[in-house]
Design a protein around this ligand. Structure first.
Ligand code: PNW
Length: 482
């Protein structure tokens, strides 16, 4: 990125935390070590046909379970302030509930202590998609109401153990993804009596109840903790200025962010649009539950990678009905990247592994304003994941070209400058977490789709900084208030 004169009117506040993120199944490996029980992803990756298109698994992954000390030392050396990781529920409770595995507790004790020793702020997520298999098999996992009590009991163990050492907590990662897309399409939940189109909403309902319980558990242990959950979705740009497209944009916000953010930030209940369009699928909260859920997020923790153009569905704005084939998108709106092809650096023809992701950082200030104005988070906004997979990065063979990642570098540079603009306009952004600490198992896409600011040689398990790692911290070196 070309050298530019420092803009003196920009700065990150002194206590702004900038970090990197990873998640247990994507990085840990050691799936049979020290008493870990299986999670649904062990089955999804090992079954035939595999749910991972490359037939790869998380069995070894980045070997983080054994190399975490080195991993934390490396990010400390880089000048990173925070490390966000997730706990493997089935390590701590191999059967999801009941017997606690002390070895797992001691492992995470040491991960946390190592962070503190290096002056890295640990940030911990309780659930990043790796559900204990036993809970899936006993009652359908997130589709069973039993999950609420089991998650609450898990949260009690976690908060009682680490509340004195960890301040920043995230309960549940990106429910629209695991309730809506993973692994519903492959029929993983077929043993349930709940009709497929209703499943995302039952799952989401249990997520909200489980999250709210965990929040209250955390606060009863230590009321000063920061506890939130993580939503995801891109900025929604109105495709044309027609009122139909404006309505479509509102629907997109409600079906993606609002589904979880309105109950927790606004009124304990789903957005009116959802109650209207998917009323046949959406469970109801009692007044008591609404009061219990309302206000259970301290910061707006959003995984905000990209932007999308939003427009009325082909069949017209009035065709929105819950009778369409996929209940998550009941013909209420369409999204497109095509309009932007000549504008965004990376279009849908970029990385074939991530068609949902464009480098669309120009809209970040508007995105941040929208989040602040709509959900008014008390503790501000954090971008808890952002990053990009470079086109065809997976095909590069020589180390030198692997380590030069100009598109990712400019993505971080431009995104952080956009945050500086928003900060100067009064948006309260408190932190960023780059996805990811290093290349890892990109779920169904396998190891070929790479999001890391470090490359990992999966044969030798050696780690290497990519150019984007230096670009990321350098923006803070220039703009963080001293
Ligand atoms: C996140 N979208 O998922 C996950 O939390 C990570 O585990 C994952 O590796 C990372 O993004 C990169 O994919 C997302 O469609 C999935 O906007 C989909 C979207 C965003 C994030």
């Amino acid at each position: 990125v070309p050298l530019q004169a420092k803009n003196e009117s920009w700065s990150f506040p002194k206590d702004f935390w900038y970090g990197v993120a990873g998640a247990a199944y994507q990085i840990e490996g050691a799936v049979k070590a020290e008493g870990r029980g299986p999670s649904i992803w062990d089955v999804l990756s090992h079954r035939v046909p595999s749910y991972v298109i490359t037939n790869e698994t998380g069995d070894v992954a980045d070997n983080n379970y054994y190399q975490y000390k080195e991993d934390i030392a490396r990010i400390a050396a880089l000048g990173i302030k925070a490390y966000s990781f997730s706990l493997s529920w089935s390590r701590i409770l191999p059967f999801g509930s009941g017997q606690v595995n002390e070895e797992a507790l001691r492992h995470y004790d040491d991960v946390i202590d190592t962070c503190l020793q290096y002056n890295i702020i640990p940030q911990v997520t309780l659930y990043h998609w790796d559900l204990p298999l036993y809970l899936q098999n006993s009652y359908g996992g997130w589709l069973g109401s039993e999950i609420v009590d089991d998650f609450t009991a898990y949260a009690e163990i976690v908060f009682n153990r680490w509340a004195s050492k960890v301040h920043h907590w995230f309960t549940i990662n990106e429910p629209i993804v695991f309730c809506g897309f993973y692994p519903l399409p492959v029929g993983f939940f077929k043993n349930t009596t709940i009709p497929p189109k209703q499943q995302p909403y039952v799952c989401g309902h249990n997520v909200l109840l489980a999250h709210a319980n965990a929040y209250h558990v955390a606060k009863s242990v230590n009321s000063s903790l920061s506890v939130s959950f993580k939503t995801n979705g891109g900025y929604k740009i109105q495709r044309t200025n027609s009122s139909a497209d404006a309505q479509a944009v509102q629907r997109a916000w409600d079906f993606q962010e609002g589904w979880f953010a309105n109950p927790t930030f606004i009124n304990g209940d789903y957005p009116p649009l959802l109650k209207d369009y998917v009323s046949t699928f959406l469970p109801n909260f009692t007044e008591e539950q609404k009061a219990h859920i309302n206000g259970t997020a301290d910061i707006f923790a959003h995984d905000a990678y990209t932007s999308d153009f939003i427009m009325a569905p082909d069949s017209g704005i009035d065709a929105c009905t819950s009778n369409s084939s996929h209940s998550l998108y009941p013909q209420c709106y369409n999204t497109t990247k095509l309009y932007a092809n000549n504008y965004w650096a990376i279009g849908p023809a970029g990385d074939p592994g991530t068609p949902w992701l464009n480098k669309a950082t120009d809209w970040v200030p508007a995105f941040l304003h929208y989040m602040q104005d709509t959900w008014k988070p008390k503790g501000g906004i954090a971008i808890t994941e952002f990053g990009i997979s470079e086109p065809y990065e997976e095909l590069r063979k020589d180390l030198a070209s692997i380590l030069i990642d100009p598109i990712r570098s400019s993505y971080y540079h431009d995104y952080l400058q956009a945050i500086l603009i928003a900060l100067s306009e009064g948006v309260n952004v408190v932190g960023t977490l780059a996805w990811s600490i290093y290349d890892n198992l990109e779920w169904t896409s396998g190891y070929g789709v790479k999001f890391g600011i470090q490359y990992v040689n999966l044969t030798t398990q050696e780690r290497y900084f990519k150019a984007s790692a230096f670009e990321y911290v350098n923006v803070f070196n220039v703009y963080l208030e001293k």
